[in-house]
Design a protein around this ligand. Sequence first.
Ligand SMILES: Cc1cc2nc3c(=O)[nH]c(=O)nc-3n(C[C@H](O)[C@H](O)[C@H](O)COP(=O)(O)OP(=O)(O)OC[C@H]3O[C@@H](n4cnc5c(N)ncnc54)[C@H](O)[C@@H]3O)c2cc1C
Length: 288
Amino acid sequence: MIYTRIENYLGFPSGLSGSDLSRRAISQSIRLGAEFLSPLEVVSIKLKDNYKIVTLSEGSEINALCVIIATGVDYRQLDANGIKDFTGAGVYYGAATTEAHACINKDVYIVGGGNSAGQCAMYLSKFAKSVYVLIRRDSLTSSMSHYLIEQIDKTENITVIYKTEVIEAKGDGRLDEIVIKNSETNEIKNLKTQSLFIFIGTRPFTDWIKSGIIKNEKGFIETGRDLHKYKNISQLWKVSREPYMLESSTPGIFAAGDVRAGAMNRIASAVGEGSMSIKFVHEYLSKL
Ligand SMILES: Cc1cc2nc3c(=O)[nH]c(=O)nc-3n(C[C@H](O)[C@H](O)[C@H](O)COP(=O)(O)OP(=O)(O)OC[C@H]3O[C@@H](n4cnc5c(N)ncnc54)[C@H](O)[C@@H]3O)c2cc1C
């Protein structure tokens, strides 16, 4: 379970955990008539006449007139020697709450300068002796929210190490040491640690979408007016009206939340886009 503390979602003045918010959202949706098929993965989507046929991991198919894709993003992997060998054995993508207790009174390292790295640092600072945040840039301001930078500044056992990257992870069966390099001075240091948490960006969950839906160079789904940037839109878009704001290059398939190109990467905007796409679904269906 990835540790997530949501502090800025409207209506929860003391903040709440991501899992708590999900639990609440699921029970509210069920009460209002939504059906959840879980745990199941969508593995492909294809078109037949006006129907979108979604295939699930256990082989069954669902036919729908409209589909809203809200599959979010996955974590980007750190490309350095040894990292793969120790993933799950001292190297973690996202800070699992279960790992926090293993950090008690230890030195832990976090790679990344975004909000998730900042939240992880704040959380682990309650357990660890020292938390070191390694970033490639010379400042956090362009990548992290102001409130988090302030919290980190005020937390004595968090240190931000700038212009630095991890070049190697070492150990015998589990992580025991990392090698870091300063990009300005080229100085290399070997640091003893049993915990490295990595937050270096995200990759959209769109590999299962093979054709018919235009994705940008990073794999995010393009929607609305931005589709006109693509030369092949005229081959895919076969209706006379313009695409709705959250509509993909296939009429009737919408994208909402983090998976959409240009998304705001906030819960409020993901929820807002989900609700907007339902409005577009109604408009689409009314014109069939
Ligand atoms: C550590 C962390 C802290 C954050 N803190 C904040 C914060 O404080 N405030 C804030 O506003 N935002 C925060 N965010 C961002 C926020 O969580 C996201 O913007 C939001 O969750 C996006 O919602 P979503 O519905 O688009 O995607 P998600 O919440 O990622 O949901 C996508 C779901 O789709 C599922 N899925 C993926 N592929 C498939 C498939 N093929 N078949 C079936 N299901 C699939 C995934 O498993 C997942 O359950 C944080 C994010 C992280 C990582």
